[in-house]
Design a protein around this ligand. Structure first.
Ligand SMILES: [Zn+2]
Length: 291
């Protein structure tokens, strides 16, 4: 091991020393901290650095705070609760929520989501769940994503705004910047439509899976995704319209969006299949009181 690696090992171990939690969870957190420091600079990791100082992690029989959820990060209290029945890699999804959360009084910026505790309002939940899964899958390849439709939107945003920029916006909780970019290039009305359509998706395959096994809901998802793609195309056009080779770029992006629609069809086909098994497990677990 090189010196640099030993330093990174010790440095990140020191960062997490005050975290309250089970030893195994702290080991996973340590791996997570090393992955972050291997890929991002200190400034981008300021939320992670602040949050680990007061983070609490616990293993529970079920997560009473989140209906049907089996792993949960509480944005308000900075606590992670993990059911003992989940896949270990799912913990990394919750850790990314923690690493991308910034609290400023009663306002919480969670990755790409804005939450206000004053009136319990929030927007951008779909964007943040999709992006959290994108990050988790990218940096922890063994992870099995749950928000697959939402990830398609994350991939398109990476393509338009730039992956490096998007990852930085996400980790620093710079929701304001993203929303400003969207509002500037879509206009206020279409920005609101974009947020409304994306937030109405709420398609996580685990919450609650049974509903996504019916064709009406699949139709609803496809229609909403079509509207989202139209807005993404408009966003792309307005950002790049001054470019010399705009036509070419626009056509490429259109082809890319079409490929996402094909992905969506493929995803719906798999979900239909795997949800059958999942519904059985879900029902069994529910009967056992696990979820
Ligand atoms: Zn999540």
């Amino acid at each position: 091991m090189e010196n640099k690696d030993i330093n990174l090992f010790d440095y990140t171990l020191d960062l997490i020393k005050d975290v309250e939690g089970d030893e195994i969870l702290k080991k996973i957190l340590h791996i997570f901290a090393m992955i972050l420091y291997q890929n991002f600079d200190e400034k981008t990791l300021s939320n992670f650095n602040n949050n680990v100082k007061t983070l609490k992690m616990k293993i529970v029989d079920s997560c009473e705070n989140a209906k049907n959820a089996i792993a949960y990060y509480n944005n308000e209290t900075n606590e992670i609760a993990i059911s003992k029945h989940i896949q270990p890699y799912d913990i990394f999804h919750e850790l990314f929520h923690m690493a991308s959360r910034k609290r400023n009084g009663n306002n919480i910026y969670s990755g790409l989501e804005f939450i206000t505790l004053d009136d319990l309002g929030n927007m951008g939940n779909t964007l943040t769940e999709g992006y959290t899964d994108k990050m988790t899958k990218k940096y922890i390849p063994e992870y099995n994503p749950q928000y697959i439709y939402e990830m398609l939107i994350s991939n398109a945003l990476d393509k338009i705004i730039g992956e490096k920029n998007m990852e930085k916006i996400y980790l620093t909780g710079n929701t304001d910047l993203l929303y400003n970019i969207l509002a500037k290039y879509l206009g206020d009305k279409d920005f609101c439509r974009f947020m409304y359509f994306t937030d109405s998706l709420k398609t996580s395959v685990i919450v609650p899976p049974i509903f996504y096994n019916n064709t009406d809901d699949q139709k609803r998802i496809k229609n909403t995704m079509r509207k989202v793609y139209e807005l993404l195309l408009k966003l792309f056009a307005n950002i790049y319209k001054q470019d010399d080779n705009f036509e070419e770029k626009y056509d490429d992006f259109k082809i890319y969006l079409d490929s996402l629609s094909t992905d969506l069809d493929a995803i719906i086909a798999t979900i239909n299949f795997s949800l059958k098994d999942f519904s059985i497990t879900y029902k069994k677990d529910k009967d056992k009181g696990v979820i």
